[in-house]
Design a binder for this molecule. Structure first.
Ligand SMILES: C[S@@+](CC[C@H](N)C(=O)[O-])C[C@H]1O[C@@H](n2cnc3c(N)ncnc32)[C@H](O)[C@@H]1O
Length: 189
């Protein structure tokens, strides 16, 4: 089977990621969003929340950006500085101390899923809201956040739009077709 009707279409991204030395197929989601929204310029300072196993960080670093990654899991070989703790406990000051300013806030954070769609959504939105709070406090130019779709989606999207008026909802091609995840890509202008 080929094309959008194929539930296994994501597998080619897994193979491609492996062959290109990326730790995860997620890299192609970020690449697609970057190609559409021109997220990274050389020298930009970027925070990557939920960075493990490091494919987004590797991509961002290859774009010539300076990076701080945060994850609860160890992330060996991350190209920038790595903070191993929950993003829920990370402060804006901590990130500023490392980078001086932050231009782009990325969050691909997701809790370990349990099969309870509502519970997974609520726990994931808590992470997304923390990413937004950091982006707002740091006054970043751009914001990219993963969202598990659910009852809070509309309210959360409005909160993001209030800070990033140019907002798009995106389901990159590399997202598994049955996944509840999508991304919000917000820019100030
Ligand atoms: C889909 S993976 C990220 C993949 C990554 N973007 C990449 O391309 O390699 C989601 C990550 O969110 C992380 N995560 C979950 N809860 C977190 C938290 N409270 N703080 C930081 N990271 C968290 C997980 O450990 C996991 O590594």
């Amino acid at each position: 089977m080929k094309g959008k009707g194929n539930p296994y279409r994501g597998d080619r991204f897994t193979r491609k990621a492996k062959s290109q030395g990326y730790g995860a197929r997620s890299v192609f989601k970020l690449q697609e969003m970057d190609q559409r929204f021109k997220l990274f310029r050389k020298g930009a300072k970027v925070v990557d929340l939920g960075c493990s196993p490091g494919s987004w960080s590797r991509y961002v670093s290859q774009m010539g950006c300076q990076l701080v990654g945060v994850d609860i899991q160890p992330t060996p070989g991350i190209p920038g500085l790595f903070i191993e703790k929950s993003a829920l406990d990370v402060t804006a000051d901590e990130l500023l101390e490392e980078l001086g300013r932050v231009d782009v806030m990325l969050s691909d954070m997701a809790p370990r899923t349990t099969g309870d769609k509502y519970g997974d959504h609520i726990r994931q939105i808590e992470l997304a809201r923390k990413a937004l709070a950091l982006a707002v406090e740091l006054d970043t130019e751009s914001f990219v956040v993963k969202v598990f779709d659910g009852v809070e989606t509309q309210d959360f999207s409005a909160e993001v739009r209030a800070a990033f008026p140019k907002l798009k909802r995106v389901k990159p091609e590399a997202t598994r077709q049955r996944s509840v995840e999508f991304f919000l890509v917000g820019k100030k202008s």
